[in-house]
Design a binder for this molecule. Structure first.
Ligand code: PLP
Length: 397
């Protein structure tokens, strides 16, 4: 990292992130370059954001042309782009409606507000039906709602007391959810694939049983697809693998392809719980961010990227498993699906993330001692093969 950037970070930025000593200057496709000219294969994708890789020309052209017409006018007024994006997204969901925001945490906040509105509509104010059940090891964001939904000391520590009305159960253990859901519960919120927690998918049979349980007890099933959604699992939403229908979904990250865009989808039956004044955001769904998201959908559809992720990831994951077997003392298991994969290590992933970076591959650590590989959805077979070669070389050193 050059001295000037280092000085500015030391002097003027709150020391809130622990970052490696490099500074990224530019990116194109699956690659980025630091300010010393070093090239990296970027399998972090800005934590699952850069669905089309860096500076995809079609995304850039869409944003550039929209920026010349209208950038922002707030939700005081309707704009065609927001309507278009909702219509385009509705092709991937059951019947329902969308509300836009700016991030994953905000999408989940909106889901939590929906949950409380539902609880109140079922039990009335006196009914005190406002508890949300989330999974152990979950990650739902760092707002007060998100933190309360995230039962992890590293997230909650220092910020207690947490928002009341949360309870936790074990992912993939339906009995534990049965126990947790009593008359005070209005919703269950889980990640379809736990991302920050270390790439732990909710199993298909568990999701189906959870769906039935939620319906039976009149509790909303809210799926956090912030990290695993928008094609990353090889389907548009990861829950599609299980063949269930949630009551609401939170999404963000890949949706904007690099712009802060978040959204919730709510099934028709519950969409009217929100009324004018229930919720709001100044920035959510600006014409500029919506045009970025539409560009993401255009390219995903035109280039058949989701099918490509499903196809190419199978070979890649198989090869990662073969590779992992060569290093049984280091790698415990390969977890994940599509382009959201974790190498579960027997030890801290952080030194390995550093070594991989020195060898030209950017990865992200996650819980469960995972080295997380999150290629852009545009990553080619050659780039996936290159990642295998770098992982192999790094582990063998
Ligand atoms: N939910 C999940 C599953 C996430 O992975 C994240 C971020 O990593 C969030 C919520 C929070 O999203 P954001 O960082 O955009 O607020």
């Amino acid at each position: 990292m050059n001295e000037k950037t280092k000085h500015q970070y030391d002097q003027y930025l709150i020391h809130n992130y622990s970052q490696p000593p490099i500074s990224i200057l530019s990116g194109a496709g699956s690659r980025v370059w630091d300010d010393e000219g070093n090239e990296y294969l970027d399998f972090t994708s800005g934590i699952a954001v850069n669905a089309l890789g860096h500076s995809h020309p079609d995304w850039v052209a869409a944003v550039e042309s929209q920026a010349k017409i209208l950038i922002h006018c707030s939700n005081l007024f309707a704009t065609p782009r927001q309507g278009q994006l909702a219509e385009r997204l509705s092709r991937y969901t059951p019947p329902g409606r969308f509300l836009f925001c700016n991030s994953g945490a905000e999408a989940n906040e909106a889901l939590l507000k929906l949950a409380r509105l539902h609880g109140r509509s079922v039990a009335g104010v006196e009914g005190k039906r406002y508890t949300v059940v989330t999974a152990e090891n979950a990650f739902h964001g760092r707002t007060f709602g998100g933190m309360a939904a995230t039962p992890q000391e590293k997230i909650q520590g220092g910020f207690r007391p947490m928002l009341p009305g949360f309870r936790h159960a074990k992912l993939n253990d339906i009995e534990s959810f049965k126990e947790a859901i009593d008359d005070s519960v209005c919703a269950v919120m889980i990640e379809t694939i736990q991302g920050e927690g270390g790439i732990f998918p909710a199993e298909g049979h568990f999701l189906r049983e959870l769906r039935d349980l939620c319906t039976e007890r009149n509790v909303l099933l809210l799926l956090d697809e912030v990290q695993c959604g928008i094609g990353r699992s090889g389907k548009f939403f990861a829950y599609e693998h299980a063949g269930v229908e949630p009551d609401a979904i939170g999404m963000a990250k890949g949706l904007g392809g690099g712009f802060p865009v978040g959204a919730i989808w709510v099934a028709t039956k519950f969409a009217d719980l929100f009324q004018p004044g229930s919720h709001g955001t100044t920035f959510g769904g600006t014409p500029l961010t919506c045009s970025a998201a539409i560009a993401v959908l255009d390219v995903l559809e035109r280039d058949g990227l989701i099918e490509q992720v499903a196809r190419q990831s199978q070979v890649w994951i198989q090869n990662l498993e073969i590779l992992a077997k060569k290093y049984p003392k280091l790698v415990w298991e390969v977890r994940g699906i599509g382009y959201l994969v974790g190498l579960g290590l027997h030890e801290s992933p952080i030194p390995w993330v550093q070594k991989l970076r020195k060898n030209g591959l950017l990865t992200a650590p996650a819980g469960g001692n995972a080295v997380r590989l999150i290629p852009p959805l545009t990553a080619t077979e050659e780039e996936l093969a290159e990642s295998l070669e770098i992982v192999h070389r790094t582990f063998s050193e």
